[in-house]
Design a protein around this ligand. Structure first.
Ligand code: UD1
Ligand code: CA
Length: 456
């Protein structure tokens, strides 16, 4: 919306977090609380100003790339004062939506409904909530006809006023002309000695401005985060919301309560995800992908039909269609697997390319390796890719066979169809279609040899 400005209040100290990290940088689903709020603002196409205070430099530098206005509120004198300091950034015309940096789950649809009611410059809109226990919140006071008169804060209310269960969520939308006229008029003659933004509601009623109220569809949309308990509660809510969206999109989650998405997940049809799977960053799963229990996927692309067995970790990697991994496999960054690759248990890959049909079944480390089609890497094979100073590449041609417990000392090449005997330490090129063997001398046996005994 062209004429919409958003002011995000984020100057609070967040003392109850008991953390060195400013409150609005505390992560929810892996991203700062403030990032979630800014997403909602961006979805409305609004120009956004953030009012910051405590830990301001840290907050600003975290969002350095975003197109935002920043205003410092050095001393916290109340929500009205916070918007007042942002006022120079608010155009003379248009509408302004007030959001909170610590209310992360507000949905754009809800905000849209609020903004739409403020079209004419002579009305404002307020997001309210009916609460069983309204303690601590500002109460919405209405006249006999149900028209909003003003908002009274917990500390200033009479017992009758505090009996009201309809509360101010703090989120509202005001025409800019009125914001410019009213904010400088606010006074701090209340119990907290603060400039209350909520006092503009009383001014609006006095001036005959229409005050629309919109009920928040769900309490969690307007819940704020003050401590780690509330952070965890909203994290679970957010995860539940994401899980429901995925299930509606056709994903099978064996237990939606034991699934965590901290980023984005694109998926095909018939994807099945077992319990305790954590997905971070950008992940794409093709049709029919099956993810076993206790798996971590971070920035990964998995082709159709890939099967990931229990306790596997995949980071910054790509897996071709029909491949299977794990249990207990680890793909470190820049691993790229072709179709129908098999990576078994206790295999670690780092910057390894495995072409179509390659197999590495058990207990192996392949780092900085380029591996051809149908290559078989047996148990215990290690690429010695690091000489203590530099990394070197191991290249293995198509159809090669690397026997058990071999070390490939990079830089080194195993040519097409080469056969490396078990227990070899390979330091030079192993030629195509030949057996290469490099072990200690022939096996010998010493009869009557005495086993060492334990010293007394
Ligand atoms: C405010 C509302 C109250 C409402 C409640 C909803 C006022 C006077 N009261 O209460 O009616 O029910 O929110 O949660 O507006 N902030 C600043 N600078 C300040 C003060 C606050 O940036 O000087 C920010 C805080 O970081 C926070 C938000 O504004 O994100 C709300 O402040 P908070 O103190 O939590 O709300 P209350 O004043 O208690
Ligand atoms: Ca306060």
């Amino acid at each position: 919306m062209q004429d919409l400005s958003v002011v995000v209040l984020a100057a609070g100290k967040g003392t109850r977090m008991k953390s060195r990290l400013p409150k609005v940088l505390q992560p929810l689903a892996g991203r700062p609380l403030l990032a979630h709020v800014l997403d909602a603002a961006a979805a409305l196409g609004a120009r956004t100003t953030v009012v910051y205070g405590h830990g301001g430099d840290q907050v600003r530098s975290h969002f350095a790339d975003a197109n935002l206005g920043w205003v410092e509120q050095a001393e916290q004198k109340g929500t009205g004062h916070a918007v007042l300091v942002a006022l120079p950034q608010v155009p003379a015309e248009g509408r302004t939506l007030i959001l909170y940096g610590d209310v992360p789950l507000i949905r754009p649809q809800t905000l849209q409904g609020l903004v739409e009611r403020v079209a004419d410059g002579r009305s404002l809109s307020l997001l309210t909530l009916q609460m069983a226990d309204p303690t601590g919140y500002g109460r919405i006071l209405r006249d006999a006809e149900g028209r909003v008169q003003r908002i009274v804060e917990q500390k200033d209310g009479s017992p009758e006023e505090l009996a009201v269960r309809e509360v101010n969520t703090g989120i509202f939308c005001v025409p800019n002309t009125l914001l410019h006229a009213w904010l400088p008029k606010l006074r701090n003659d209340n119990k907290q000695g603060e400039y209350y933004l909520t006092d503009i509601i009383g001014l609006a009623a006095t001036e005959g401005v229409v005050i629309h109220t919109v009920q928040a569809p769900q309490a969690w949309e307007v819940e704020g985060v003050n401590d780690k308990l509330q952070l965890a509660t909203l994290e679970r809510q957010h995860q539940r919301n994401q899980a429901e969206e995925l299930m509606r999109g056709g994903v099978t989650l064996l237990d939606p309560a034991r699934f965590d998405l901290r980023g984005t997940l694109e998926h095909g049809q018939d994807v099945e995800i077992d319990v305790n799977v954590v997905i971070e960053g950008r992940v794409r799963l093709g049709h029919g992908v099956r993810i076993g229990p206790n798996v971590l996927l971070r920035n990964a692309v998995l082709g159709d039909g890939v099967v990931v067995k229990a306790n596997t970790v995949i980071e910054d990697s790509e897996v071709g269609a029909g491949s299977d991994l794990g249990p207990f496999a680890r793909l470190r960054p820049d691993s790229v697997l072709g179709e129908n690759v098999h990576v078994g248990n206790f295999v670690e890959l780092k910057k390894a390319r495995l072409a179509k049909g390659a197999k590495v079944g058990h207990l192996a480390y392949l780092g900085d390796a380029v591996i051809g089609e149908r290559v078989n890497v047996s148990a215990g094979v290690i690429t010695c890719n690091y000489d203590g100073a530099n990394k070197h590449v191991t290249t293995i041609g198509d159809d090669a066979f690397i026997g058990t417990d071999s070390q490939l000392v990079a830089p080194v090449t195993i040519e097409k169809g080469a056969y490396v005997a078990a227990g070899s330490t390979i330091t030079k090129t192993a030629p195509a279609d030949a057996l290469t063997i490099c072990r200690a001398r022939d096996q010998k046996s010493i009869p009557g040899w005495k086993r060492p005994v334990k010293k007394k």
